[in-house]
Ligand binder design. Structure first.
Ligand SMILES: Cc1ncc(COP(=O)(O)O)c(C=O)c1O
Length: 414
C-alpha cells in the first residue's frame, strides 16, 4: 500500500498541468478590422452580424441573437417568450445564478426540479411533478457539458404547453441522440464568459428556429427598440434591458468560434478517458453520461459513497490535493434555493419580500429538503477540472492519484 502524500508519502503529480494560449493572431486581426469599421455598434458594423451567422450555421439554427452575457441570453429568452410577474419557471437547483437572474428580474418565480442522482441534470419526472397552470417555461441546464434527457423533457413540455429554454452556458458542442444541446427546445442560450469553452471576455448568444421568438429576442436584448424596419421604433411595448453585444466582443467571438470544435474534441477525449477509468473503484460513483450523449466536459464531477470509500469526501479531496491533483468539494456551496436571498426572501433590496410573500395569495417558501437528491449530490460530489490543454500525463496522474487515495482509504476504513 503506497503511503499517501497527505501522510508524508510521495506526491503522485510532480509536473505542472498543461496550459496554452487561448487567443492568437486571428482574434487580433478581427479586432483591428472591427476598429477600422469606425463603429463598434452591432447594428452598423459587420462583426456581430458575421458572428451570429456563423453561430447559427454551426448549430444549424435559423436565427441567432448576440448578447452581452450568458445571463443576458437567458433573460432575453424569457423576455422573448413573455415571462412576467407571477409566472413560474422550472429550473435546476445546481446551476450558476445566471440561470436564475432573468427569471427574478422578470418578477417570475423559480421552481426547482430535483435531479437525476448521477447525471446531476434535471429529472424529467420531477419537472413534470412541478408543472402548474402558472408554469410558463422550463430552463433546462446542461451541467458541465453533459446533456439532459431532452427527448423526455421536450415531450413533457409539449404535453403541458410550456416553453423549453436550454441553458448551454457550460455545454458547447454537446449532443443528445446526435442532436446538439441548444437545438432541442424553443431557445438555446450560450455564454462567452472567460471561464467557458470559448471566451470573448463576456458575451452570450441565443439560437432559435422560431421567427417570432427571434424578433422578440432581438428587440428584448436592445431596450425593446424595433430596428426591423427602415426607421428605429423607440416607442417600446414593454420594459426590456440593454444586453447588446458590441463589435469588439463579436470580433473575438468569431475567431473563438473557429476553435470551439477542436477545444470540445480535446476535452471530450480527455473526459471520456477519465470517466471510463473511474468505474469499478469502491466508493466512487462516476457521473452518468447517457449512451446516446456526447459530453464536452466543462468540468468532471463524480460522487462518493463515504461508507464504502472509508473516509469523508472532505478528507478524500484533501488527500487528492496533497497528491497534486486539482480537486474541489463540489461545484457550488449548496443548492441555489438554499442561498440566503431565497431563504430570507430578500430577492430585491429594501423592505420587500416580493414575489415570495405570496404573489398568488400564498407565501412561497424554499426549504432544506426541497430537492433531496440535489442536496445529496451537493454533499457528496467531487469536482475535477478539465481543460483542452491538459496532457496525457495530467490524465494518467489524475487517475493514478484517485486510485491510490481510494485504495488507501478502502484498506483503512474508519
Ligand atoms: C449554467 C450557467 N448558466 C448561466 C451562466 C451565466 O453566464 P454568464 O456568466 O456569461 O452570464 C453560467 C456561467 O457561469 C452558467 O454556468
Amino acid at each position: 500500500m503506497e503511503k499517501l502524500a497527505i501522510f508524508g508519502g510521495e506526491k503522485t503529480k510532480t509536473t505542472p498541468y498543461g496550459t496554452g494560449k487561448r487567443f492568437g493572431k486571428e482574434e487580433l486581426a478581427n479586432l483591428e478590422e472591427a476598429l477600422n469599421q469606425n463603429t463598434l455598434f452591432y447594428w452598423f458594423g459587420n462583426m456581430t452580424k458575421r458572428f451570429t451567422k456563423k453561430f447559427a450555421d454551426m448549430y444549424g439554427a435559423d436565427y441567432c441573437v448576440a448578447t452581452s452575457s450568458g445571463t443576458a441570453s437567458i433573460h432575453v429568452a424569457l423576455g422573448a417568450i413573455g415571462v412576467g410577474p407571477g409566472d413560474e419557471v422550472i429550473t435546476s437547483p445546481i446551476t450558476d445564478m445566471g440561470s436564475l437572474i432573468g427569471i427574478l428580474y422578470q418578477n417570475a418565480i423559480p421552481v426547482f426540479a430535483d435531479l437525476d442522482p448521477n447525471t446531476y441534470n434535471m429529472d424529467a419526472k420531477s419537472i413534470e411533478s412541478k408543472i402548474t397552470p402558472r408554469t410558463k417555461a422550463i430552463v433546462v441546464v446542461h451541467l458541465s457539458g453533459n446533456p439532459a434527457e431532452m427527448d423526455e423533457i421536450c415531450r413533457i413540455a409539449k404535453k403541458h404547453n410550456v416553453y423549453v429554454i436550454e441553458d448551454c452556458a457550460q455545454s458547447y458542442c454537446c449532443k443528445y441522440q446526435g442532436k446538439y444541446a441548444g437545438t432541442w427546445g424553443d431557445i438555446g442560450c450560450f455564454s462567452l464568459n472567460d471561464f467557458k469553452h470559448i471566451s470573448a471576455g463576456d458575451g452570450g448568444m441565443i439560437i432559435t428556429n422560431n421567427q417570432d421568438l427571434y424578433h422578440r429576442a432581438l428587440m428584448f436584448a436592445d431596450k425593446n427598440f424595433n430596428r426591423l424596419g427602415t426607421e428605429v421604433v423607440k416607442n417600446v411595448p414593454y420594459l426590456a434591458p440593454n444586453y447588446r453585444m458590441n463589435e469588439l466582443t463579436a470580433a473575438v467571438a468569431i475567431a473563438q468560434l473557429d476553435r470551439v470544435e477542436e477545444i470540445c474534441a480535446k476535452r471530450k477525449a480527455y473526459g471520456d478517458k477519465l470517466h471510463a477509468a473511474l468505474h469499478g473503484i469502491p466508493g466512487i460513483i462516476p457521473q452518468k453520461i447517457y449512451d446516446c450523449a456526447e459530453c464536452s466536459y466543462w468540468f468532471y464531477m463524480f460522487t462518493v459513497d463515504e461508507a464504502e470509500l472509508g473516509t469523508t469526501r472532505k478528507e478524500f479531496v484533501e488527500a487528492l490535493t496533497a497528491e497534486g491533483i486539482i480537486a474541489f468539494n463540489g461545484y457550488i456551496p449548496s443548492c441555489v434555493y438554499q442561498y440566503d436571498m431565497f431563504k430570507n426572501k430578500t430577492i430585491y433590496p429594501g423592505a420587500t419580500q416580493y414575489p415570495l410573500d405570496g404573489v398568488h395569495g400564498e407565501a412561497i417558501e424554499y426549504k432544506d429538503g426541497d430537492c433531496p437528491i440535489a442536496e445529496h449530490v451537493i454533499d457528496t460530489c467531487v469536482k475535477l477540472t478539465v481543460n483542452e490543454f491538459y496532457t496525457e500525463q495530467d490524465l494518467e496522474d489524475t487517475i493514478k492519484a484517485i486510485k491510490k487515495v481510494a485504495a488507501y482509504f478502502n484498506a483503512n476504513k474508519k
